[in-house]
Design a protein around this ligand. Structure first.
Ligand code: PMP
Length: 405
């Protein structure tokens, strides 16, 4: 006898399921290109030395474990806002900006969409097609409606015209979710010279930009460059939402260190928004964990550690960029030409590459070569390194022979 008998099994998360297959594979030469976590040149996970030094300082100084305020650790919030907006702009807008600590990028999105559902219940939410799968899931759970999509992926590039056409058709007051850099999963970013057109359409249509920043510093290796889109939007006068994650750029994945920023038009309304966001947080999880916030704040607010972190972040971004070139070279060596050529691999930025491999080829690679990647052809570039990239390219050649395009 159970009251739960009518509950069916939820579909598994594709990425986590893939990880399970990878773990269960006894082949010592297996390659995991599924999960979006950084791996060093030896294929090992990577705890940043700057973060380890911060951890030692926190330990030595016996930082407390008592509850943080509902809106989080103030030095973290201040440093996070300064990082995303840049010092100058942050100073200009801080009186009208609400910043709260959140449970990494995911928690930040979740709280923001709870707030959106409460205060803008009729707003449509537009997400790119494709996008990180959790965007649609969070919008559905919080707003109780499916997100609408705008065209994003075109022919080995962003379909800017399609995107603008879809955004022009969005009702005023719609929330438009945008990736400021390192678009997940495609790796294609809106070209710098096209953002002005995107902003024109948002302005004309009275649409509200929501930036999901999960890869600041990871795309180009330069923290300012990877945030300039957000700063440009604020300078143009938009009120914006920003979700900020330190999972990737500080390697704090499981610490759940992140922030939600809402830039409001005037300070008076920011005060009201702040109290409402805090009451949303209070009813959801009361407050956020302290350790990740201590780590990020210590790295950001200690000049020596901050400088060290930037060097480490640059090195991670550079390693990924090197692997893009190495993959292009290895594919050429094995006579592989992906649909439309291989040069898109070096044009893409950030953690991921959309290879153009078909689901049949992806399954072939999984079943016969112990290579694990998403069925949509996305690979995590961080899973490649000098000792496996040639092998990967050779297996891709084999998969294409077995299952032609
Ligand atoms: N947004 C995007 C686009 C992402 O790729 C990720 C990480 N996969 C996140 C948000 C959130 O990650 P986290 O909750 O670990 O910060």
């Amino acid at each position: 006898e159970t009251m739960f008998s009518n509950i069916s099994v939820a579909p598994p998360d594709k990425i986590l399921k893939l990880n399970g297959f990878f773990k269960a594979d006894p082949n010592p030469d297996k390659i995991n290109l599924g999960v979006g976590a950084y791996r060093d040149a030896n294929g090992k996970n990577y705890l940043l030395p700057s973060v380890r030094r911060a951890e030692q300082m926190i330990y030595d100084q016996q930082f407390p474990k008592e509850y943080l305020p509902i809106d989080g650790y103030a030095p973290f919030n201040e440093a996070a806002a300064r990082l995303i907006f840049g010092k100058e702009l942050h100073n200009e807008i801080k009186e009208r900006t609400v910043t709260v600590q959140e449970l990494s990028g995911t928690g930040s999105l979740r709280v923001a969409f709870e707030f959106i559902h409460t205060f803008f219940p009729d707003a449509e939410v537009y997400i790119p097609s494709p996008t990180w799968a959790n965007h649609a899931a969070i919008v559905k759970k919080t707003t109780l409606r499916a997100a609408r999509t705008y065209r994003y992926l075109g022919n080995r590039a962003v379909d800017t015209e399609g995107m603008l056409e879809d955004l022009r058709a969005a009702p005023a007051g719609s929330i438009i979710l945008l990736h400021p850099c390192a678009h997940n999963p495609t790796g294609y970013d809106i070209p710098d010279d096209q953002w002005g057109r995107v902003f024109d359409v948002l302005e004309q249509g009275k649409l509200i930009p929501y930036f999901d920043s999960a890869y600041q510093g990871y795309a180009s290796g330069d923290l300012d460059r990877d945030a300039h889109v957000i700063r440009d939007a604020v300078k143009r006068g938009f009120e914006v939402f920003v979700s900020q994650s330190f999972a990737k750029n500080m390697g704090l994945y499981a610490e759940r260190a992140g922030a939600l920023h809402i830039v409001c038009g005037v300070p008076q309304v920011a005060e009201a928004v702040r109290t409402q966001i805090k009451s949303t947080i209070r009813a959801m999880h009361s407050s956020s964990p302290c350790h990740g916030a201590y780590l990020a704040a210590t790295v950001l607010n200690t000049p020596e550690l901050r400088a060290q972190w930037e060097v480490e972040l640059k090195a991670m971004a550079a390693r990924i960029q090197e692997m893009r070139q190495a993959l292009v070279d290895a594919l050429e060596k094995h006579g592989v030409v992906l649909p439309g050529g291989n040069d898109h691999i070096t044009r893409q930025v950030g953690m991921f590459s959309f290879t153009g491999l078909t689901p049949d080829q992806v399954l072939y690679l999984r079943d016969n070569c112990s290579i694990y990647m998403l069925e949509n052809g996305r690979i995590s570039m961080a899973g490649l390194n000098p000792s496996n990239v040639d092998r990967f390219a050779g297996f891709v050649a084999e998969a294409i022979k077995a299952k032609p395009f």
